[in-house]
Write a protein that binds this ligand. Structure first.
Ligand SMILES: Nc1ncnc2c1ncn2[C@@H]1O[C@H](COP(=O)(O)OP(=O)(O)OP(=O)(O)O)[C@@H](O)[C@H]1O
Ligand SMILES: [Mg+2]
Length: 272
């Protein structure tokens, strides 16, 4: 092992689509960067690239370029802010890596390894559902952030996702983030339902990362193609995101010892 690893990697996932993964991962990346933590955000929603649209940018290179062209990992990073906030976009409309196989997984891990050591946080915006690609990315990261909303279907789909990742992939480090809530109480209730189901049926404890309230600042920021954390730093959503970023910072400090001897991204269990 060349380095002692200090990069905490997180997959941002959800059972049901449209619950806010892309918005929350983007704004979390900005919040982490603001607290002086180098952060790399990777758009892993292959085929449905979103982050570049949310930012109104058209990067020349994307994740696909380190897979089939011989681009260097540094070359595919689009700098969002100097000195420490980077984005690796996904290739939209490209279907050949829609279904990430084991060789491609290995290629991503090996080719990105040296680049990743300079970041404190690596956030993967993974697509919704339980496809092979979703499972492969979750297998690669240290922790999984599961986004749910208080809607019953989002809760059941979130639980179903955790169940598959836990039983088939042996993944057990999940942290729940409840989005689009009207109150902290509503978020706590949503978390409690999924926590209780995981404890009862999977004998698995899941963590609570907090909530992000329903806030018109989010839609406004999507329309203006600027992260709400930058556009409306005093909005409710931005304050909530800052709290989540603080919890992630704590999680990283607590995990320092356990991640020191494992690389930022790893193969993990075979994805079946
Ligand atoms: N806290 C919030 N308050 C208000 N609107 C929100 C909030 N979070 C997300 N939204 C809205 O929900 C919609 C879906 O968000 P987003 O695209 O981030 O979800 P997603 O989980 O990435 O979707 P997909 O599964 O398609 O990738 C967007 O229109 C966004 O503006
Ligand atoms: Mg998305």
């Amino acid at each position: 092992m060349k380095h002692q690893n200090r990069t905490l990697s997180l997959s941002i996932v959800s059972g049901k689509g449209g619950v806010g993964k892309t918005n929350l991962s983007l704004n979390l990346a900005y919040a982490l960067f603001q607290t002086a933590q180098n952060t790399l955000l990777v758009d892993c929603d292959l085929g449905l690239a979103n982050l570049d649209v949310m930012l109104g940018i058209s990067p020349e290179k994307n994740l696909n370029d380190i897979l089939d062209k011989e681009a260097r990992a540094e070359d595919i990073v689009y700098s969002l802010e100097d000195n420490g906030l980077g984005l690796i976009p996904a290739a939209s409309g490209v279907t050949d890596i829609l279904d990430l196989d084991e060789d491609q997984q290995m290629q991503i891990i090996q080719r990105m390894e040296n680049l990743l050591y300079k970041y404190n946080f690596l956030l993967l915006d993974v697509g919704a559902g339980i496809s092979r690609t979703v499972r492969a990315f979750c297998q690669m990261t240290h922790k999984q952030v599961v986004i749910i909303t208080p809607e019953p279907t989002s809760l059941t789909d979130g639980y179903a996702l955790i169940k598959v990742l836990h039983t088939r992939q042996k993944i057990d480090d999940f942290h729940i983030l409840v989005n689009m809530v009207d109150s902290e109480k509503e978020a706590r209730l949503g978390f409690e339902r999924i926590r209780a189901a995981c404890a009862k049926f999977l004998q698995l404890e899941v963590g609570y990362l907090g909530q992000v309230q329903n806030d018109p600042a989010v839609l406004d920021s999507v329309r203006k193609q600027t992260p709400f954390f930058k556009l409306s730093p005093r909005s409710r959503a931005s304050r909530d995101i800052m709290n989540v970023a603080e919890k992630l910072t704590q999680l990283r400090s607590d995990a320092m010892e356990s991640i020191a001897s494992v690389p930022p991204l790893r193969m993990g269990e075979p994805v079946t």
